[in-house]
Structures are given as structure tokens and as C-alpha cells.
Design a protein around this ligand. Structure first.
Ligand SMILES: [Zn+2]
Length: 166
């Protein structure tokens, strides 16, 4: 799992796996459901759970009460899950990218091997043509074999390239 950092005012909090696990444990143990701010007639401010049932906490300041209600255990669990999902996706993308880089390197090596083969094949055929002094190309079996050899090399080359691309 990857780690990130968030800055909040003077504080800089590192999002570690331990922090996420701690948030999850505490959120799962806490009162579930939707949290709301309840303003009592005497001016007291409370955080309530489902159905404005029993008060979970009394809070002195409205802004802080809003924040506590917004950061309910369900919301914290959803955030922890989302961070986990994003980290897993990031790791998967990294694995894919690594595999693509490896595949590209392998393809480059294969292209080099094919080029070496091509050079050798062209040399061999060139020598065959030089060494063969033909008196009658229309009736010569050696000429036919040289032509067949050139075709065979061309075919083998294109098949090798196609296999490499598949
Ligand atoms: Zn010939």
C-alpha cells in the first residue's frame, strides 16, 4: 500500500497503513448511522446518532459540531475503503506498466535477432548468386533452387515478424 501526506495548517499527517487501520478499527467500533448536530433549546449543541436518538456527545462550538457530524464512522470507513481501492489500483497500474516495459524490451531483442537473421540470409543468398555462373537460366535447376531459396527466406522472415507481432 502506498503512502501519501496531507497538510492541515501547521500539521502534516502521514497517511500510513497503521493510521488507516487505526481509523477503521475505531470507526467500526463507534455508533453507526448518520450523525447529526442537535441544537437544544437551552443553546447546548449535541451530536446525535440515528433518529436523533441518544446524544453521542456534547460539543461547545458549532463549527466543530458540524465537522464531527460530517466525519461520522460511516464516512470515515468509506474514505478508508476508497484510499485502499485507489492504492490497489495504483499498484495494479504500476505492475501493468512494468510488464509493458519488459514486453517492449523483449520485442526490441526479438527485432535485433530478426535483423541479424536477415543480414545472414541476404549474405548467403548473395554468395549463392555470385558462385553460380549460369549458362542457361531458362533451363537451369540451380537457378530455380536459388529463386526458391530467396522465396523461402522471405517467407520465413515475414512469418517471424508476424509471430513477433502476435
Ligand atoms: Zn543457373
Amino acid at each position: 500500500m502506498g503512502c501519501g501526506e496531507i497538510g492541515g495548517g501547521e500539521m502534516s499527517i502521514e497517511i500510513t497503513p497503521a493510521l488507516l487501520a487505526d481509523l477503521r478499527t475505531k470507526a467500526e467500533a463507534a455508533e453507526g448511522g448518520e450523525w447529526k448536530v442537535y441544537n437544544a433549546s437551552d443553546g447546548s449543541i449535541f451530536i446525535t446518532g440515528d433518529d436523533e436518538g441518544p446524544h453521542l456527545a456534547e460539543v461547545w462550538w458549532p463549527k466543530e459540531a458540524n465537522h464531527i457530524a460530517a466525519a461520522s464512522p460511516a464516512v470515515v470507513l468509506a474514505l478508508v475503503d476508497e484510499i485502499k481501492r485507489l492504492n490497489e489500483r495504483f499498484d495494479e497500474q504500476k505492475r501493468l506498466a512494468t510488464r509493458m516495459i519488459e514486453h517492449t524490451a523483449e520485442q526490441k531483442k526479438e527485432i535485433e535477432r530478426l535483423r541479424s537473421f536477415q543480414v545472414v540470409a541476404v549474405e548467403v543468398i548473395g554468395k549463392l548468386n555470385i558462385y553460380h555462373e549460369c549458362s542457361d537460366p531458362d533451363e537451369c535447376r540451380s537457378c530455380d533452387q536459388i529463386k526458391a531459396g530467396i522465396e523461402a527466406v522471405k517467407k520465413a522472415k515475414s512469418e517471424a515478424i508476424n509471430a513477433d507481432q502476435a
